[in-house]
Design a protein around this ligand. Sequence first.
Ligand code: NCD
Length: 326
Amino acid sequence: MGKFYSKKPTEAEMDLFLGKDILTSYQFTKEELEIIMHTAAYYEEALAGKKRLYDMDGKIMASLFFEPSTRTRLSFETAMNRLGGSCITVAESVDAHTSSLAKGESIYDSMRVIDTYADVIVCRSPEKGTLKIAAEAAEVPVINAGDGPGQHPTQALLDIYTIFKEKEDLDGLTIALVGDLKHGRTVHSLVDFLAMYHTKLIFCSPSSLPMPEIITQKVRERGVDIEESNNLAEACSKADVIYMTRVQRERFEDVSDYEAVKDEFIINEEMVQKFKSGAIILHPLPRVNEITVGVDQYPGAAYFRQVGNGVPVRMALLALVTGSVK
Ligand code: NCD
C-alpha cells in the first residue's frame, strides 16, 4: 500500500483530531496528513478482512447536502455504516422543500439544531465560506464536503491516498492539474497537500479557467516549482500523475461562456499513447466528456480505483474527529 501501511493511531495522535472541524486542507500539518493516511490504511485492511466494526457504535452522523452529490455523500454514509454508526440525512438544493432552510432558516440556526441530534456533521453548500459559519454554530465536529468553488478537503485526502497507493511515494513526481482550475474546489484543496512533498506541479487549463492567482502564489511561496500551461497534450506528456477535472458548469453565470469552453480539454485514447510510461490518470468524478470512455481500458486510468478509496479515508476522518478508533 505504498508508503502508508496500516497503523492504528496512538492516543496522542488521536488527540490531535478530537473534536476538530475539517474545513480546509491548509489546516493540516504534514504529520496530521500522514496519521490520516495510516489510519485509512488501517480501515482499508479491516474492510478487506470483512470484519464487522463497532468503532462508532451508538454515534450518529448528520449528512447535509445542499448541492448535488453521489460519491461524497454515499461514501460518507457508507463509512459511517461500516464503522457501526448511524446516519441522518438531508439532501436537497437550498430552494427545495424538505428542510427548514427552504423556509428561510439560517444555516447558523439549522446547525444549532442538528448539533443536538448528531455526533458529527458532514455538510456541502453551494457557497464558499458557509462551512465556517456552520462550524461556529455547531459544537460537534463539522466536516466540509465541498463549499461552492472553495475547498473540498476530504476529496483531496482521498486523492493523496490514491497517489500513494498507485505510485508508492509523492516525492519526485510531476503532477499535472488539468481542466477547470478556476472553479474546481478539489484542486484548490489538493495543492496544499502536494506542496508538502517534493513535487513539480503543472497547472494546465483553458486560458479562461486558470488557477486563482492567490493559490498559485501561496504554493510558489512554499518553494514548489509550478509551470502554467494551456497545452493539454504537452502538459500531460510530462506528468507522472494527470489529475483531470470537469468544467464546473454550475459556477458559470452565463451558460454561453460554459458552452464556449466545455470541449476544449479532452483526453482521448490517442493522447494517452504519448503519456510517460506508468503515468496515472485521476479524476474526482463525475466525468462529463473530458476523458473519453475508451481511455478507461488504459491500465493507468485510476479514477474508478480512486473513488473506492473514499470509504476508508472517510472512515479514518469520522473516527479520528470523534475519538472513536478502537
Ligand atoms: C467534485 C466536487 O463535488 O467538487 N466531485 C466529488 O466530490 N467527487 C468534483 C466535481 O463535481 O466536478
